[in-house]
Design a protein around this ligand. Sequence first.
Ligand code: RBF
Length: 170
Amino acid sequence: MADASLKGAMPETHDGRSLRIGVVHARWNRAVIDKLVFGVRQALHDCNVPNDNIVVQTVPGSWELPGAAAELISGSDFDAIIAIGVLIKGETMHFEYIADAVSQGLMRVQVDKCIPVTFGVLTVLTEEQAMARAGMSAGGHNHGEDWGFAAVEMGLKRKLWRTGQFAKRE
Ligand code: RBF
């Protein structure tokens, strides 16, 4: 067995063939976003989520993600939502306001709606940091994959927990 990682959850592959997953992504910093969405799709595919059960929608920027996640949940029976954005710090205070509002907003949606909303928002200081976290540079890792695995795990656990089924031991 591989050594337990110090940083990050060990990704778990669950059987997601019964799941419907909504993906909503911002269009700012599109090159990085596209890689992250690719990573998400890869993980969902690895978990056997059927392509027809994956709905991908876009919004202008990260600010729009919480409202869009809430609308997607209201409009359809998704088991989990993956919200993806890339916030890169600029010269003004925009980054701080948007990052804070979006993280609080996505958490609020998942708790209020009782649907897992994966936090797929990079909040980085430089483009290089964003690219490394989308697997676009040497030694980097595509965090989109982790978000896909997390959404499948939480979507399945939600289904079980809602019907009073609990794992004996993990
Ligand atoms: N949206 C992002 O997803 N990432 C960004 O880095 C980002 N930076 C922004 C910087 C400024 C100065 C402004 C005005 C908007 C920015 N946005 C960004 C867009 C924001 O999330 C939203 O789409 C717009 O403000 C419209 O509501």
